[in-house]
Design a binder for this molecule. Structure first.
Ligand code: SF4
Length: 336
């Protein structure tokens, strides 16, 4: 039976809070009374577009209006768990002065290893991941990088990030062992002329990266170019696009991003778990919020890599929590 006093209480309390916020109504009585009261509240919520959040022996918590979809407005490609990033290793032949994960020839390898990569790739399919992205460090330093890539590409389309400087000798053979139908290469190149790129990444690195792009094209790979552009070089954006056009990089494959204040970089954007849309990232040490901070404890989600689905669920749940907290803050702190 509908409890009229309870319904009146619900109507009055709902008027006292903004849409999206919660309010409580007191409950009392024996188990049968509480069951009836909960049914009344549930029915009222369904009819009026509100939401029963929880009920105890003493009170029910109700949201005024429905909770907004915390993932609304996010590009489907960016939904947490759509892409899976894996750090194959952390050592690198370069030591760029803004490397977000502090890679260099002296950095410990910390390889994920082909067995774990293979298990992650298999579990990724089950977890609904659509694309695998392998990064480092420089993945072509690994003697088994072709096996690591094959372990991914048999399951899902795979993108391999590299500085493109090592495509010669046995490493070129490893590149040739990869399937251009399933593997995209993403090569780092920061400018249309050597000066800027070399000033951050080392002498002759620009020319070797451009050669790497040419070789990758000759081997039949789709090549994306990823550039890090400090704010003071923003005026060079359009000439850089024109240069990339001239070497055969499609506009949609020209990935230009701002400098992040992470790793060894002394300036750039401050990126935190509150400001980043997560990209689930696995390293030998654990699961991280985003590849830009895969070397930083503040973005370590869990040290448990397996099962992968649990890790993805945890990242997604934490992201939803951040979004809902941000929405609640917006509702409760009107400025005028
Ligand atoms: S930015 Fe890339 S190429 Fe440069 S040191 Fe880091 S991992 Fe190596």
């Amino acid at each position: 039976m509908v409890n009229a006093m309870l319904v009146l209480d619900l109507v009055e309390r709902a008027k006292t809070v903004p849409t999206g916020a919660t309010f409580t109504v007191a409950l009392s009585g024996n188990e049968a009374d509480l069951t009836a009261a909960t049914a009344t509240i549930t029915g009222w919520c369904e009819r009026t577009g509100n939401e029963l959040v929880s009920a105890t022996a003493h009170e029910a918590t109700v949201r005024h209006g429905r909770a907004p979809d915390p993932l609304a407005g996010i590009d489907p490609d960016q939904l947490p768990g759509t892409r899976l990033w894996m750090y194959t290793n952390f050592d690198c032949n370069l030591a760029c002065d803004y490397c977000c994960v502090r890679s260099s020839p002296q950095t410990e390898r910390r390889a994920l290893g082909v067995d774990r990569v293979a298990q992650l790739a298999a579990e990724a399919v089950e977890a609904g991941v659509k694309e695998l992205i392998l990064t480092g460090g420089e993945p072509f330093l690994l003697p088994d990088i072709d096996e690591v890539v094959a372990a991914c590409a048999t399951h899902l389309p795979t993108t391999l990030l590299t500085n493109g400087m090592l495509f010669q000798g046995h490493r070129l053979e490893r590149l040739r062992a990869m399937d251009p139908e399933r593997v995209t290469l993403q090569i780092s190149l920061d400018s249309g002329t050597p000066e800027v790129h070399d000033s951050h990444r080392g002498k002759r690195s620009w020319q070797r990266a451009v050669n790497g792009i040419r070789i990758a094209h000759e081997e039949g790979f789709r090549v994306k170019v990823a550039a890090t552009l400090p704010a003071e070089q923003i005026h060079e954006l359009e000439p850089f696009h024109v240069f990339l056009d001239s070497i055969g990089i499609a506009r949609e494959d020209q990935v230009i991003r701002a400098l992040a204040h992470r790793g060894v970089s002394e300036s750039g954007l401050e990126l935190t778990v509150e400001t980043l849309i997560p990209e689930v990232t696995i390293t030998a040490e654990g699961v991280y919020w985003h590849p830009v901070a895969a070397d930083h404890d503040d973005q370590l989600v869990t040290r448990q890599i397996f099962p992968l689905k649990n890790a993805i669920d945890q990242v997604r749940a934490e992201f939803i929590e951040y979004r809902m907290r941000a929405d609640a803050a917006a509702a409760w702190f009107p400025c005028a």
